[in-house]
Write a protein that binds this ligand. Structure first.
Ligand code: FE2
Ligand code: FE2
Length: 246
């Protein structure tokens, strides 16, 4: 970057922080609860609160695409998604299942870990084939149940993370029983199979490798994710502006 470009960037950053200094940034009550706080800080009387674009975050285009959200909002751990998608393609899965692997943990890398299969499926549901969102929702519960006949073992990483005696919650077992009998069980299992072996910190995969799959299998709204009126548009807007007061 040239000196003048650097100066301009610095000046812009200072202006953005100045704008922020006048605003109180609310945090979701969940943040305070998790930190064992008994009350949330209140904005000083008469102060403005954060609404609209958040100057602390990378700016997004007016009509953001799935790729924009990957690059500007998802955590760096989205490499796990790219690695899973690459493995799925290498294993010969059809394009829509490569997309399913690309998006299977989008909730974890985007906004919430708890019940990530359910949240992630809901987020993408209006824009993908029904089988893709179904498989993403189900992969969360199917991962807990080995299926040796089909070559799927209980993940060693789960044994480490949750302890050897961990048993999934009742709703997980219940939803697994339903998923096990479903015609798309194999698709959710395919996500698990391409998920488990996908963690490799030394591998860097470019999102552009999956541009074709996104174009072919993700119905990008012309007005941009979050600007449309789909049933999950509000979730994309929240990803874009997570600290809006309301
Ligand atoms: Fe997952
Ligand atoms: Fe995963």
């Amino acid at each position: 970057m040239s000196t003048s470009a650097l100066e301009r960037a610095e000046a812009m950053e200072i202006a953005q922080l100045d704008a922020l200094a006048e605003r109180f940034v609310h945090k979701s009550w969940l943040f305070h609860l998790a930190d064992a706080k008994e009350s949330a800080p209140r904005p000083p009387a008469g102060s403005r609160v954060m609404m609209g674009e958040d100057p602390r975050l990378p700016p997004m285009p007016d009509a953001p695409t799935l790729m924009d959200f990957f690059k500007l909002r998802l955590s760096p751990s989205h490499q796990h998604l790219l690695q899973s998608a690459r493995l799925a393609r290498k294993n010969g899965l059809p394009g829509k299942m490569v997309l399913a692997c690309l998006l299977h943990d989008i909730a974890v890398t985007g906004f919430i870990r708890a019940d990530h299969g359910y949240w992630g499926a809901q987020l993408i549901e209006p824009y993908v084939d029904e089988e893709v969102s179904w498989a993403i929702r189900a992969h969360q519960v199917i991962k807990f149940f080995p299926d040796e006949e089909n070559g799927y073992e209980y993940p060693e990483s789960y044994r480490v993370m949750f302890g050897p005696d961990y048993r999934p919650a009742g709703y997980v077992a219940r939803d697994y029983e339903v998923a096990r009998k479903h015609r798309w069980y194999g698709s959710a299992l395919a996500i698990c199979m391409n998920d488990e072996y996908a963690f490799d910190p030394s591998v860097e995969v470019a999102l552009e490798e999956f541009e074709d799959v996104i174009v072919d299998h993700f119905r990008q709204p012309a007005e941009g994710l979050g600007n449309d009126s789909s049933s999950s548009a509000h979730m994309w807007r929240t990803l874009r502006r997570p600290c809006n007061a309301l």
